[in-house]
Design a protein around this ligand. Structure first.
Ligand code: SF4
Length: 486
């Protein structure tokens, strides 16, 4: 019995198929077409929405936007590859009605209209809202680091510049001394060493030049008050080491838990997530049209000022408290085991002793109060597990907001799992689409027994495939002209 065979590629059709026949009624390109045609591109800020009365007509930004949306949906991000799709991809041929903008036109469109893409994203979110795809009750917020087009060797911090300059000074001192030694030998009638002398001078000039460049960068950092400088992509920043990204950006997402749809996204060059919760969630609230919402984030967002800002904006935040501080680093009791009594304004320590306020100070913009009981610590049996001398516990004057968060988290411990299931999902998909993925199949398969391969037949199959590809190339022109004529 034969396999299913296709139709003859050279068969001429009496009633040729239309391009529309290749695009099914449920095909996403039909949605892209309807969505983009429903947008007010002029209001969104796209250039050249109205064609000029004179000159050669340009492409409609709606067509180029359709191509872009199609590309993002199908993991085609490069303008050259998008151009290629306009020639070979029947969905794109349908979407663009046989238009074939070149890669430069596609790239220029993105460059000239980058600010207008945000309103398009917002319109899509509003459409999802109309379709009741958002629960509008709970948002999960998280950030991921995406690598920038900037090698880490072309990123400098104040510390790294100071170190480069110090090393350059050391090298210069060594080379200058060697140069002096050469001169002394020459004066003493030794070998002239002209060659090594000129080489040393070249090295000194190179180091001096590099040192001058580093000095200029350091002066620039002092002038601007910035803490880093990136030479290829000036806005990118060296991210925290554990992110393994090197130099990049911090992408923030607010995801609605109902269908794990992204409500708000923001790209920032802030290294840490601290301080980004309130801005991300309040922007999402404006899009969702709600005055109150719950938001859950990981402990990287734990910052009292940010959590206070959330409360003021109507956000009920769930952020676990990170376990950190000098006591934890030294293996002593963490602050969690000290119970605060708000009525008496004291802490009860693990030994049941009362720690009273003893000192007021400042922590960033907040008032910090230290609590201690020196006499109790002196005779305490738990002291080896608690402190070296006497223990003090600090509390910010406005720390009640953190107590409220802790109480909420205690009442809903499952909410942190919901955060992970919701917001990690889009990040995984985005990274997979950006080519930072993993194997598509799982497990190591057993290796076939020796002898089960048939090299001769495999060779024949490869030859057959190659000749088929050659034939396809030869007839490509004819096939295309027949289809396009239809
Ligand atoms: S060392 Fe001081 S603070 Fe720590 S448990 Fe003992 S009495 Fe309490």
């Amino acid at each position: 019995m034969a396999h299913i065979s296709g139709s003859d590629r050279l068969q001429l059709l009496l009633l040729p198929e239309a391009v529309d026949d290749y695009v099914g009624p449920e095909n996403p390109v039909r949605f892209i077409e309807a969505f983009v045609d429903g947008l007010d591109l002029a209001a969104a800020g796209f250039a050249r929405v109205m064609p000029k009365a004179t000159g050669r007509p340009g492409y409609d930004p709606a067509d180029l936007l359709k191509l872009y949306v199609y590309g993002y949906l199908n993991r085609v991000r490069s303008s050259r590859r998008l151009e290629a799709e306009t020639h070979r991809n029947v969905e794109v041929i349908w979407l663009l009605r046989h238009l074939k903008p070149d890669f430069k036109t596609v790239a220029d469109f993105r460059r000239d209209n980058h600010a207008a893409f945000r309103p398009v994203f917002r319109e899509f979110v509003l459409l999802c809202r109309q379709l009741d795809l958002f629960g509008r009750e709970l948002l999960a917020v998280d950030g991921t680091r995406i690598k920038a087009v900037n090698n880490k060797d072309r990123n400098f911090t104040r510390g790294s510049l100071a170190e480069f300059i110090r090393k350059a000074d050391e090298k210069l001192a060594t080379y200058l001394k060697r140069l002096d030694d050469c001169d002394t030998q020459e004066d003493d009638g030794g070998s002239t060493g002209v060659r090594s002398d000129s080489k040393l001078k070249e090295k000194i000039a190179a180091i001096q030049g590099k040192r001058d460049r580093h000095m200029a960068m350091l002066a620039e950092l002092e002038r601007t008050g910035a803490d880093q400088i990136s030479l290829t992509d000036p806005d990118s920043r060296a991210m925290a080491k554990m992110t393994k990204v090197g130099v990049g950006y911090n992408v923030q997402l607010a995801v609605d838990v109902k269908h794990k749809l992204i409500v708000e996204q923001e790209v920032s060059n802030q290294v840490l997530d601290m301080g980004l919760l309130a801005p991300t969630v309040t922007a999402a609230m404006a899009t969702l049209g709600v005055e109150r919402i719950e938001a859950v984030a990981d402990r990287g967002y734990f910052k009292i000022e940010d959590i206070e800002a959330c409360e003021k904006a109507g956000v009920t935040a769930y952020v676990p408290k990170p376990v950190r501080g000098p006591a934890v680093r030294e293996g002593f009791f963490s602050k969690d085991v000290f119970r605060y009594d708000p009525d008496k304004n004291v802490f009860i320590c693990p030994a049941g002793q009362i720690l009273s306020p003893c000192r007021r100070g400042k922590s960033r913009d907040n008032v910090k109060i230290d609590y201690a009981n020196r006499n109790a610590c002196k005779a305490c049996a738990l002291r080896p597990r608690c402190t070296r001398t006497y223990r003090h516990v600090s509390r910010l004057e406005n720390e009640a907001v953190l107590d409220r968060i802790a109480a909420r988290l205690k009442a809903r411990p499952d909410i942190l799992d919901r955060r992970r299931e919701t917001v990690e999902h889009p990040f995984g998909t985005i990274k997979q689409w950006m080519g930072q993925g993993a194997f598509l199949m799982v497990s190591i398969r057993p290796v076939p027994q020796a002898g089960s391969f048939r090299p001769a037949r495999r060779g024949q199959a490869a030859l057959a495939r190659a000749s088929a590809v050659r034939a396809a190339f030869q007839f490509h022109g004819r096939i295309s002209s027949i289809r396009l004529a239809g």
